[in-house]
Design a protein around this ligand. Structure first.
Ligand SMILES: [Zn+2]
Ligand SMILES: [Zn+2]
Length: 852
């Protein structure tokens, strides 16, 4: 079950936000922008890069015929889509594949690849022999072309392919066999690229259709041609009649018809028109129709193969021919089909051409820049009986464009233009070599069979697609500009009559320019697994404040929301728990101090260790009798029990008594990591507490001193008790430091009075003192004895000295007496101590000691 939920509140909030660059579609025109030729465009969105076409400019030579590949890092391209086999869309492909660091995948339709193979091969060979320079040859070789063919993948019309997360679907574009329009879906954004397309059903191809919006959804960006701007063309029937009349006129006056054509594509359409006309006019059948070119015969095979990719007219002719062949008992006729012309002869080159009498010649290249069409033009131009019929799109800067203005003279660049001249004559002379000019007396007429949409058809198509963004390419600057203003005009009219009507932005970028279009797409996640069983929150009901929460999994651009336990089943993912451990050695602070400091930060801390009761201060006291016997033997070896605490329910603190090691353990996640960090900060503070440090260093030296010096003296020494007393002492130190800064220092020398102190001195201690005084011990040993007595009580040092400016207060720990000449300081110290005692009581286990 899929739940689509739109965060309406978020959408409104986002409108004011600056555009996130990752939400921008970037279009870069590397070629074919404000020009016709070298089509090549880059699309970037959500980290994906799609390149559209890789053509060469037929009106230019060498590197200047190439798209601006230097302006873009081709290694970043994920997918390259080739719309059709025309050189202005495909001729740079061998260069891209063989000579650049392009590493993406290339797609075209099956017929496109079949024809591309022959066409490029022919184009490389022709340019090898007839180009003014060898620049083009050096761009790539025939071997480069053949070797890179296996890299090209083929796809069928109407099939959708997901390649590196991008969905691509080719649609028939009309125009030429195999020509595709591409629907490209990147992260939910629909981009439609028509390339060259035609809207009329001709004799062999279907017309381009707007993709079905109910299946593909809204189109966000349309990239389309603007070849004919806004200009219209007469209806098809009228154009055909005009063309045939033109042909008949030339034939009837005894002339020759030259039809410069691109070797493949529209030539096939013209052949179908002529063949049909010849069929119906027996008087013309003695006039040969020639179709020249190296690839002509090979490519006719391709045309025969892909009859299924053509329209019903071709299929009908195919069926008729098949029936005829069957009736005649000729099985061979079946394979020939509609492309087995009866009145058309193919001509490999002009060497075998017997140039006598009238004829119709379809010769390439279509732009008359060199090759056979140019040789024949120069040969036939001076005779007024001859005629040139232009039928394609004539690229700016070529002879095809020049001849339309019917110039008096034309340059003879193919070696002076005498008969027999062809590729065998070697290289042509340069265009700017004005030395050889020949008269142009032949007629020149133009009939449009280019199979590009007319201006009217294009506008109609663009309006039907109704995309909010239209990028115009493949049109000269003026044509693109005219179409753009027509579209903007329609847009403002539409908005004037209906302010809610869709709005269209129209771009006609130059080569090299970047168009950035921001898109804010709602992210839609499919809810799957257990979560999908919960009824979705009702967005219409304001009381329903439930939130669907789970793990958001992104695969390519697909989002799914699922319960963590469904991760394995629905996303093929396993869940991993990261257990974090941190070890710290706290040499100074005891566990009680640590606990106390942690409780100050985190509140009550749960003790989870099993030995809890034994490690507790009170019970430690109770145990003292039991361990007493062993103490002298292994006083230092007796292990302090390990203790474990749980802080904030997530960070476990393990304290290994003897090594003073602390181990923190927690399940790694953002919150727990934060708490663990805070715990560590507290531990470091405790450790660096100056009083604790001072006490620790003094204690260790004196401790051993007592043990050895006072070896013979019996006193209840309890290591366990000392540990817990240490903690209490440290707590007191911390309290004082908090109030008085680090001017708190231990007093090592105890107060010694000759007479036993009467202030509640325990009886047992009094006895010890009496013994000592009997032996007339000097002051030093009296002090030592006093230290030992205090130590036995768990009092680590006799007192603490607190310095504030020049005033010194002495805190005697046994009874917490404060001595100070300054009454104010004395009272303050007293108050602090009282508070500390309340907090950390019992500070010293005085009463228990009395009982012993
Ligand atoms: Zn084309
Ligand atoms: Zn084109």
């Amino acid at each position: 079950m899929a739940t689509k939920r739109k965060a309406a509140a978020m959408a409104t909030a986002e409108d004011d936000d600056p555009v996130d660059p990752s939400d921008e579609l970037v279009f870069i025109g590397l070629g074919g922008c404000q020009e016709v030729g070298r089509s090549c465009h880059i699309l970037q969105y959500k980290g994906k890069t799609v390149m559209l076409d890789a053509g060469m400019h037929t009106g230019r030579e060498g590197m200047s015929a190439m798209p601006y590949f230097d302006d873009f890092d081709l290694s970043t391209v994920d997918i390259l889509l080739i719309s059709h086999f025309h050189l202005d869309h495909a001729a740079a492909l061998p260069y891209v594949l063989a000579k650049t660091d392009f590493r993406g995948r290339v797609f075209m339709t099956h017929p496109t690849k079949a024809i591309y193979k022959w066409l490029i091969q022919d184009s490389v060979r022709v340019s090898n022999t007839s180009s003014t320079s060898d620049q083009r040859t050096s761009l790539y070789t025939e071997a480069d072309h053949i070797n890179t063919l296996p890299q090209i993948e083929t796809i069928d019309f109407y099939t959708t392919h997901t390649v590196s997360g991008v969905r691509i679907t080719p649609y028939p574009a009309g125009h030429v066999l195999g020509a595709a329009m591409f629907l490209i879906n990147i992260a939910g954004l629909n981009i439609f690229f028509t390339a060259d397309y035609s809207r009329e059903q001709d004799r062999h191809l279907v017309a381009a259709e707007v993709p079905n919006k109910t299946t593909v959804g809204k189109i966000d960006v349309l990239i389309t041609e603007s070849t004919f701007g806004i200009s219209n063309a007469p209806p098809r029937a009228e154009r055909e009649a005009g063309l045939l009349k033109g042909v008949s006129n030339i034939i009837n006056r005894g002339g020759k018809v030259l039809m410069p054509v691109f070797a493949l594509g529209r030539a096939q359409e013209l052949l179908l028109i002529l063949e049909d006309y010849w069929q119906r006019h027996p008087e013309l059948q003695k006039i040969p129709i020639y179709y020249t070119g190296n690839t002509a015969r090979k490519c006719m095979v391709v045309y025969q193969t892909y009859i299924n990719a053509m329209n019903d007219n071709i299929k009908r002719i195919f069926r008729e021919r098949m029936a005829e062949a069957e009736a005649a008992g000729n099985a061979k006729g079946v394979s020939a089909g509609p492309w087995d012309f009866r009145f058309v002869r193919s001509l490999r080159n002009l060497d075998r051409f017997d140039d006598v009498g009238g004829c119709v010649m379809l010769a390439s290249p279509g732009m008359l820049q060199s090759g056979m069409s140019r040789v024949l033009l120069e040969r036939w131009a001076p005779d007024p009986r001859n005629g040139v019929l232009m039928t394609g799109y004539n690229v700016e800067g070529t002879m095809a464009r020049t001849i339309l203005s019917e110039p008096e003279m034309i340059p003879a660049i193919m070696s002076g233009g005498h008969a027999g001249a062809g590729q065998n004559m070697g290289r042509k002379v340069r265009d700017d070599d004005a030395a050889v000019m020949i008269p142009r007396r032949c007629t020149v007429e133009e009939f449009q069979f280019a199979a590009h949409v007319t201006g009217v058809e294009n506008v109609e198509f663009i309006e039907q697609v109704a995309s909010p963004h239209v990028i115009l390419v493949h049109g000269e600057r003026s044509q693109a500009a005219r179409l753009r203003s027509r579209l903007l005009d329609l847009n403002s009219r539409r908005l004037a009559s209906n302010p809610k009507a869709h709005q269209t932005k129209v771009y006609s970028p130059e080569n090299g320019a970047e168009v950035k279009i921001p898109f804010r797409k709602d992210k839609i996640a499919k809810v799957v697994g257990k979560l999908a069983q919960i009824p979705p929150p009702n967005s219409a009901d304001s009381d329903d404040s439930r939130v669907v929460s789970g793990v958001l999994v992104q695969n390519g651009f697909k989002l799914s929301l699922m319960a963590p336990e469904d991760l394995r089943e629905y996303a093929g993912l396993t869940t991993t728990t990261i257990l974090c451990r941190q070890h710290i050695t706290l040499a100074t602070a005891g566990i009680e101090l640590i606990r106390w400091a942690l409780e100050g930060t985190f509140g009550s801390i749960e003790e989870t260790s099993h030995v809890k009761s034994e490690a507790n201060g009170h019970t430690g006291q109770n145990r003292s009798n039991g361990v007493k016997d062993e103490e002298e033997a292994d006083e230092e070896i007796v292990p302090e029990p390990q203790r474990t605490f749980l802080i904030m329910g997530c960070v476990a603190l393990k304290w290994s008594g003897r090594e003073k090691q602390i181990e923190l353990e927690w399940e790694g996640n953002t919150m727990n990591d934060g708490i663990a960090d805070a715990v560590m900060a507290v531990l470091m503070t405790v450790e660096s507490s100056p009083a604790a440090v001072k006490y620790s260093s003094s204690k260790s030296s004196h401790h051993h001193h007592h043990v050895h010096e006072q070896n013979g003296i019996s006193f209840p020494h309890n290591e366990h008790k000392n540990i817990s007393s240490d903690d209490r002492f440290s707590r007191l130190c911390m309290f004082l430091e908090e109030q008085f800064g680090d001017h708190v220092a231990p007093i090592e020398t105890p107060k010694v009075s000759v007479q036993p102190d009467t202030k509640g001195t325990p009886a047992a201690d009094a006895e010890v003192k009496e013994e000592q005084s009997d032996e007339e011990i000097d002051i030093e040993s009296a002090q030592a004895a006093e230290r030992a007595r205090l130590a036995a009580m768990g009092i680590p040092v006799p007192g603490l000295e607190i310095r504030v400016d020049k005033n010194v207060a002495k805190l005697w720990l046994e009874h917490l007496d404060v001595e100070c000449g300054n009454a104010v300081l004395r009272d303050r110290v007293k108050a602090v101590v009282e508070r500390a005692v309340e907090t950390v009581a019992p500070l010293w286990a005085v009463r228990e000691q009395v009982k012993v």
